[in-house]
Design a protein around this ligand. Structure first.
Ligand code: NAP
Length: 281
């Protein structure tokens, strides 16, 4: 028996990016949309940069409830929206848009994704945080860890990008120390919490720094979620590091987006189960 079919009044949600075919957001969201009996559907749509502006305009004149934004549009989309909340304003990156009437409102739920993942693993905040990487994910981690009372050091391959992150946060009134990735041994030894915000390890058995540099008592969040677990998470947990796989952040940022659109928190456990099922193949 057919239980639900989309109609012309169905609310539309999607993730835009380029590429976007690998995204596990559609199954994660559709599973809980169906569970809660909502008349909505979530799709993945490839949007090359040159049509980003016109594509966004379509969201204003269709039955769109909101959308997620992924690589490479998280920065560019911010200037096309009507308003930004604090998380989007302070990071300069948007991963979630809510359509309210004719208004497009931008949020960065990656920030809450980092914070919830760390808190659920028992990290209470404070101390020295080291973030490896200086792109969009790193900016979300900086804001989350600043709000948890940590001092921040960013380690990045190119010092130029790290300095641009430092300047961005200095203009918002926040202090971030930056170092080259070659200083990882000294900087990581002083860390209480470490976040990998590079794509290193995604689809490979590499790590952004030797996992042996970490020690028991530290907390690690690896934003990379495939393979599950990554080499970094596997080897760090074998050393007694509290190691959080990227799927945790993936699920929590998704749940926060869902809450922005529908006004209720989805069953997070069910989102995690669906994400893991897809990531494990
Ligand atoms: N789990 C989640 O929910 C979640 C959310 C957001 C992001 N992520 C993941 O986090 C990762 C980073 O995303 P992003 O949006 O921040 O990317 P991004 O803006 O492109 O930034 C990537 C950063 O990684 C560094 N990097 C890239 N390749 C490297 C290498 N081979 N060695 C050392 N450093 C390298 C870059 O350094 P340079 O400046 O030197 O190029 C840059 O600082 C991606 O894998 C993404 O999928 C996961």
């Amino acid at each position: 028996m057919v239980e639900w079919l989309p109609s012309s009044s169905t609310r539309i949600l999607f993730v835009i990016g380029d590429p976007v075919s690998h995204s596990v957001s559609p199954p994660m969201h559709n599973r809980v949309i169906r569970r809660l009996g909502l008349d909505a559907v979530y799709l993945a749509i490839r949007v090359p940069g040159e049509i980003l502006g016109s594509f966004i305009s379509l969201a204003r004149v269709n039955n769109v409830l909101g959308f997620n934004v992924t690589i490479p549009h998280k920065v560019a989309v911010a200037s096309l929206l009507d308003s930004l909340d604090e998380s989007a304003e302070l990071t300069g990156c948007v991963n979630t848009v809510r359509v309210r009437g004719n208004n497009l409102e931008g949020f960065n739920t990656d920030v809450a994704g980092v914070e919830k993942s760390l808190k659920n693993a028992g990290f209470k905040g404070g101390g020295a945080a080291v973030i490896v990487g200086a792109g969009g994910g790193a900016r979300a981690a900086v804001l989350a860890l600043l709000s948890m009372g940590c001092s921040i050091t960013v380690l990045n391959r190119s010092l130029e990008r790290a300095l641009s992150l430092k300047k961005h946060f200095a203009e918002k009134g926040f202090s971030v120390e930056v170092r080259g990735l070659d200083e990882a041994p000294q900087v990581l030894s002083r860390a209480d919490v470490v976040v990998n915000a590079t794509p290193v390890g995604m689809g490979s058995w590499e790590a952004p720094f030797p996992p042996g540099l970490l020690r028991s008592g530290q907390v690690l969040l690896d934003m990379v979620y495939t393979p599950h677990p990554t080499r970094l998470v596997k080897e760090a947990s074998e050393k007694g590091v509290v190691s959080i796989p990227g799927v945790e952040m993936l699920v929590h940022q998704a749940a926060e987006s869902f809450e922005k659109w529908f006004g209720v928190m989805p069953p997070v456990e069910e989102m995690r189960e669906e994400a893991l099922r897809r990531l494990r193949g």
